[in-house]
Design a protein around this ligand. Sequence first.
Ligand code: GLC
Length: 721
Amino acid sequence: MNDIELQRLLEQMTLEEKVAQLLQLAPAFYEGANSAGQITGPLEGMGITEETVSQTGSVLGLGGAEEAITIQEAHMRRNRLSIPLITMADVIHGYRTIFPVPLAIGCSWDMELARRSASIAAKEAAVAGIHVTFSPMADLTRDPRWGRVMESTGEDPWLNSEYARAFVRGYQGTGVADEPYKIAACIKHFAAYGAAEGGRDYNTVDMSEWMRREYYMPSYKAALDEGCEMVMTAFNTVDGIPASGNRRLMRDLLREEWGFDGVLISDWGAVKEMIPHGVAEDEKECARKAIEAGVDIEMMSPCYPHHLQELVESGEVDIRLVDEAVLRILKLKRKLGLFEKPHRYADPAAERDILLSEEHLAAAHEAALKSCVLLKNEGGALPLAKGAKVALIGPFALSDDLLGPWSCMGVREEAVTLAEGIRAVAGESLVTAAGCGMEQMTDEELAAMLDAARSADVVVLALGEASEMSGEAGCRADIRLPCRQLELVKRVCELGKKTVAVLFNGRPLDLHGVLDEADAVLEAWYPGTKGGAAVAELLYGEANPSGRLTMSFPQSVGQVPVYYNAFNTGRPQSSPDAPVRYESQYLDIPNAPMLPFGYGLSYSDFRYGDASLSADSIGANGKLTLTVRVTNAGDRAGEETVQLYVRDIAGETVRPLRELKAFEKATLEAGASKEITFGIKEEMLRYHHSDLQYKSDPGKFEVMVGPNSRDVQTLSFKLNG
Ligand code: GLC
């Protein structure tokens, strides 16, 4: 269908049909949906007519190829112009084969792994009848109280941008129409949703445009530069106006300055939430503000269907705003080939072959191996000896709650538990497993776990948060492990056995009572369908941990927000070990996080030689090379992530103590070494000035290289005028 035919289709649509095309409903509203029959509930609740449902443009959710085919067929029959539905879903870290949560994948520092996970998710979703995923979530996060940090890739704008690009490439390939089994991506949540005050979901977000552009916006822009087809509005305010009604954000910045002409969808109910936000008195005002801001699709609230027609007919809203929104949706349907093939790749037979295929499970397994982060390993606690008697105890010993939030069509029972994984590696006879509740532990359970521990050579404590303790609206003001788990750690460590803690959680935690007690700690996050198998292989050394943190672990929740790329302030702490009053510090805890951005250990022993620079200055078109030799002085092959940071000593605005600008992964055999080089160019030194111009300044810089953001070597150079 060419542009003229599309325009003709638009002209054939009545105003009512145009308005309905801008509405997205859940499957329950549609004939043929597995969840149909609830149609009276949400239908009446939202005051949506059957007629409107037959004219809607898109559906959110769906339970597989058969349902998708049934709903689409029924819809096409009832829709006067046979305009197909576009189906969208939250395919966040896998469709049925579930990968580690994005914060875990972020810790792999492996863009190809991220891309491949999205490509596999896209293929499984495509054969299940999904056309668009509400992913990647590119919200920069600095506050582990917020439940959705598990859905992000962390606190660095450059790394988040690299991941946003990789995920979009995975979902869309070179283009949704160019390659088979690709689906459209939707970057979210625009904008700066990760900065909710107090880490409390849906709470106020307020920051300068300078801060927003410097830290929070780059990852969204990177996704759009990679061709991301859609954008989703955030629930929060931006400069005092909710994103879904924010014309400066959506029209001036997103569409005019950035040139985005794709589909903009509101988050669930966000258009109508302008009423409780206090910027609209009624649905009608919500509808007007949203369409004026350029929101094309209203997700699961009825402001458009209830009022947009009246607003156009009364002249309060220009019909052209509605037409351009409808046209953007029709163009996306065209790009997805839905007019020619309304079912696209939906195919129950293909679904049975492709979902959970060995190839996909193997990819999820590899992702879990690379996403875990070894936080501590003392006294040779890890890797575990194959012949050792193991007591596997704690709430996650036998739990299948390993998929994490936003696990789409993943089935918990299909997850490999840690007990299954360890038994597969070590043998049934050597493993005694005893579980308990996540926050409750009976005296009998405690006794059974301690008994198991007493009779074992080594104890593996499987600890963490239930998946509903993070994710959307899963915010916690106390980010320690539940107190009964901490009691278990203490009681077990008093036995004097080698003790290893494995953490299954969706956020950086305050690890007091764990990191200081156990001999070794492995952060496994929510590792997905193959999680227990991968963790067990890491524990026994069949794989060597290589993950590196992309969010700082705070000393305590009182330190939040704590992040590596912070400003120095006018009174930086001069001596952490002997605090001097009237400097920026706490009286009761260190300034430094408990574990820094970029941190992670392995079973190898990576040593860094002296770094050197090829020159002590560069010009605007010059290039400086940093060289450092990395040696694996350990007795096992392993993978090191060599990180490069830069610091601008004096900018027009304050500049962070360090900023990640590049990294190189080096896989080294025992005893091997490798010379790692980084190119440093002027464009790496650019930043937003107070007038928002993005450029570099001549002057002094420091460049740092090392295994994380803390343990670095520092060299200096100048950028010439
Ligand atoms: C939710 C989330 C958003 C998700 C949408 C559809 O409220 O904020 O990330 O894509 O609704 O499920």
